[in-house]
Design a binder for this molecule. Sequence first.
Ligand code: EPZ
Length: 433
Amino acid sequence: MMEKMVIQGGNPLQGSIRINGAKNAALPIMASCLLLKGTSRIKGIPELTDVKTLCEILNNLGVHTKRCEDHSLEITVQDDVNVTAPYDLVRKMRASICVLGPLLGRRGAAKVSIPGGCSIGPRPIDLHVKGIKALGAKVEMKDGYVIATGKRLKGNTVYLGGANGSSVLGTCNIMMAAVLGEGRTTITNAACEPEVQDLANFLNKAGARISGIGQKNLIIDGVDEMHGTHYEIIPDRIEAGTFMIAAAITEGRVVLENIVPNHLTSVIDKLEEMGINIRISTMNRGNAAGEKVTECIVEGDKEFHPVNITALPYPGIPTDMQAQFTALLSIVEGVSIITEKVFPHRFVHVAELNRMGANIRNDDAISIITGVPSLSGTTVMASDLRASASLVIAGLVAKGVTEIRRLYHIDRGYEKIEERLTDLGAKMWRERE
Ligand code: EPZ
């Protein structure tokens, strides 16, 4: 059933919200369980359609997945025969490519449908292929599939840089292919994103030997065997950043619980430069374990200043926050410039924001935003996950009613978005399209 979101704009967000585990850490970590013996229990797996899609792919590969209470997922490999991730499942989510490395690393073979392009632009996999070839795999591209074979891969040094820099899932795939390999693999120009670090930390807990985590040279010393483990996924920095912008644009005051401020340094810095008030505090939870909890208070009650932003690999401003910043800057007096260096075609939100009255000119990989006094509600179309988030943000502050069609995009990455925003005072609901 097709659904649309209806938002009555103009209500400041007030209150507290708990940030979920990170989607983009959960997906490769779930896929990496293909490498392990025994059962893993992973906490902080958000309830998202992307997670469901990956569960379907893993189930098809002989992996048993069981949802438990408290956002946990139990994962056990029961049958290690099938090595194919078919088109009908992969087409739903390009991140499905992250089964390539672990299948090859553990089963010596993988046949994964090649992900097509999408609304954020082409999604090549040449760096993934380069990496596994460097480890000795034979790779063939045939009938829309990448087919890789290679019993016990051999460590090597591989430079993983493309025209737009490092690759997040490319780094994850090569790391997963190499952990059960022979000898040392060094990935130079490795992606340093917190989600890549989380995968490395999970693999180490499961018995891998990975060092240089979070650095440009990532070192993997092969081991013979890895086993299931317990782990908790890091909080989702993109979900947190999205709610920060939603709080600021509505001139609200929101407390975010469960965040890692270090993962959000560039985002917080830019919001502060705009004049948004952000306070971080860490306190004891008051329990016997002396557990600490970090909160972030966002207040958007001042006049905002225009800023320039460049979306870059970590620790720069994430490309996954570019569309949300565009929505925010669209109502900030003056001119702001956004440059996208990671996915240079990721601008599908611009035309939709302009339909709501924004004044954004998009040229190559640059958006020139001239702030308007207000946006007005109308019907808009979501066409990618973060573009949808930017339309929700715009709808929260627009005059009148905004209707967002093709809502399924947002459910790929934000759990129960309308319930959680409604709890903060937004007026929004779902309707049949
Ligand atoms: C991950 O995608 C994320 N997805 C994306 O999040 C995120 O936008 C992106 O990293 C960048 O941070 C997941 O983690 C599941 P890349 P990934 O390989 O790994 C080029 C969201 O909204 N490239 O780091 O696929 C590529 O075209 C999503 O949650 C090659 O040239 O992105 C891009 O320009 C969307 N060859 C750049 O590298 C390759 O083989 C970075 O892409 C691979 C990538």
